[in-house]
Design a protein around this ligand. Structure first.
Ligand code: PAF
Length: 282
């Protein structure tokens, strides 16, 4: 695997691959890679000839009181892991390479509507930062396909919207959520959890299943959401939201509509966890 710190050098490599008729798959990450990320690399490989990953902890998607400074940075083990998955290239840019005029002087992005709900409501500016960095990365890599996990479902929707609306030539491929044996969705933030919190964290997935089961029984949506929130609070979570929505993230009206998903964002101490469960009552 070749590692590139400069976009110019990566572009030369990608231009050579494209000249040879090879398709490029892209996996953007913030590093601290786990099995969930490696599954994204494998999925990208199924849709392309050469896989490019990026590792960049993007400052513009963190709020002032969030974990940008303490976000785990583990480049050596990330590089070994990606090489072990036969990733072909890694873009590892500096903040200066990504934001040549600084993060205050950079072009802003805003995806309207969808960024004002759910995580967007609780993390103002977060999705603007995600859209801003993903647009830059898409321009840098010019991939045929890019893979994003379904665990960050709202992020996936924001990126799909942006890619369609701005005519990016990169096709977005969603990847299923990988879970630990007890159901906890894999996340770099899980390692912040102390032992007891780690056990409590499994309750998020249990509550998502509870929401799904209640919806399948035809229980009213507002009642399900209120009970899910209450259950999480009783376990010690501070709940940002526990909601049932349609797959386009508009509000669900009836529990037995098709293409629904339950979404939870909740905090245990300083650690904010998100997860979702898609369901369908055919
Ligand atoms: O999901 C992530 O890790 C990040 O939000 C992404 C898409 C790499 C943008 O920084």
């Amino acid at each position: 695997m070749k590692t590139f710190n400069s976009v110019a050098a990566l572009r030369t490599q990608i231009a050579d691959w494209k000249k040879a008729g090879l398709r490029i798959g892209f996996v953007p990450t913030m590093g601290n890679l786990h099995a969930g990320h490696f599954a994204l690399v494998e999925l990208a490989r199924q849709h392309s000839d050469k896989v490019v990953a990026s590792i960049f902890v993007n400052p513009t998607q963190f709020g002032p009181n969030e974990d940008y400074a303490r976000y785990p940075r583990t480049p050596d083990s990330d590089i070994n892991g990606l090489a072990g998955k036969a990733c072909d290239a890694l873009l590892l840019p500096s903040v200066e390479e990504m934001y040549p005029f600084g993060t205050m002087g950079c072009v802003q992005m805003h995806v309207p509507g969808i960024t004002d709900i759910l995580c967007g409501m609780h993390r103002p500016g977060h999705f603007n930062g995600v859209a801003q960095v993903v647009a830059r990365l898409f321009n840098m890599v010019q991939a045929d396909v890019a893979v994003f996990g379904r665990k960050d479902y709202q992020q996936l929707q924001v990126i799909r919207y942006m890619a369609t609306e701005m005519s990016f030539p990169t096709r977005i491929i969603p990847a299923p959520t990988l879970r630990e044996a007890d159901g906890l969705a894999m996340s770099s933030r899980n390692q912040y959890l102390e032992d007891e919190q780690r056990q409590t964290a499994t309750f998020i997935y249990q509550t998502l299943n509870f929401m799904k089961d209640q919806a399948s029984l035809g229980m009213p949506i507002h009642g399900i959401e209120a009970e899910a929130k209450q259950r999480l609070e009783m376990m010690g979570f501070v709940v940002d939201y526990a909601e049932i929505r349609r797959s386009d993230l508009s509000r669900a009206i009836e529990p037995n509509e098709k293409n629904l998903l339950a979404l939870i964002a909740a905090r245990l101490g300083r650690t904010r966890l998100i997860d979702n469960l898609e369901f369908d009552f055919a």
